[in-house]
Design a binder for this molecule. Structure first.
Ligand code: SF4
Length: 51
């Protein structure tokens, strides 16, 4: 399955709500997902909610 990243995720389904997201304490609104820089407000088809 290919990753389909979108820069603006739906409410409650953005990278910030995803268990793969690691918040970047140095950069507001940014984080890491599998080692790549992503926007906290983005989303993709691999979204999984935080437990
Ligand atoms: S898996 Fe997708 S939704 Fe989750 S943090 Fe990574 S890019 Fe965002």
């Amino acid at each position: 399955m290919d990753i389909k990243y979108i820069p603006k995720g739906e409410e409650g389904k953005s990278c910030a709500d995803c268990k793969h997201f690691e918040r970047d304490s140095n950069m507001q609104g940014m984080g890491k997902c599998f080692g790549k820089e992503v926007l906290a407000g983005g989303s993709c088809n691999f979204f999984e909610p935080k437990e």
